[in-house]
Design a protein around this ligand. Structure first.
Ligand SMILES: [Zn+2]
Length: 168
């Protein structure tokens, strides 16, 4: 059977994003996989659940991967990170530090905090970005699902504009 690994793992990341929304935090999920398609770690946004503005899905997945990340760096193994949204500048930095070699995401975030492409296109850390394969928005149906999660998030009490309204 021809196993579409990107689809399989992006669906897994999407389930993490759904869990995050149920937990009343940003609906973003991430999954790290090794070059043989073994699952290394899952992560999801925990900004509101842990009251930590740095607890983004990609950072959570990298933290959960623990020793495996160092092992892969030492051995030069090719890990992939799947995220449901384009990584922000912080997560882009974390991906560079983790030496992840392949980045796949479901939905671009040009108007939000999406940072990966902006930093890559600025040719800063050009050499590091050249080592990373990038795949953006490979599946229209899954992209639509992430878009739906993002619009549901805007109705959540923890969405920033709703929080601001509540303090006025
Ligand atoms: Zn981030």
């Amino acid at each position: 059977m021809n196993f579409d690994k990107d689809r399989y793992f992006l669906e897994m990341a999407l389930r993490e994003a759904e869990k995050a929304l149920i937990e009343n935090t940003y609906p973003i999920g991430a999954v790290i996989v090794d070059e043989n398609n073994n699952l290394i770690a899952k992560g999801r946004n925990r900004v509101h659940t842990q009251q930590d503005t740095t607890a983004h899905a990609e950072v959570d997945a990298i933290r959960n991967a623990g020793h495996a990340i160092f092992n892969a760096k030492v051995k030069g193994e090719k890990f992939t990170i799947y995220s449901t949204l384009e990584p922000c500048p912080m997560c882009t930095g974390a991906i560079l530090f983790a030496k992840i070699k392949r980045v796949v995401w479901l939905l671009n975030d040009d108007l939000g905090f999406g940072g990966y492409k902006k930093i890559k296109d600025s040719n800063v850390f050009e050499k590091k970005f050249k080592e990373i394969e990038l795949i953006e928005e490979p599946f229209l149906d899954l992209k639509t699902k992430q878009k739906e999660l993002m619009s549901k998030w805007e109705d959540n009490e923890n969405y920033i504009l709703n929080l601001r309204k509540s303090v006025k």
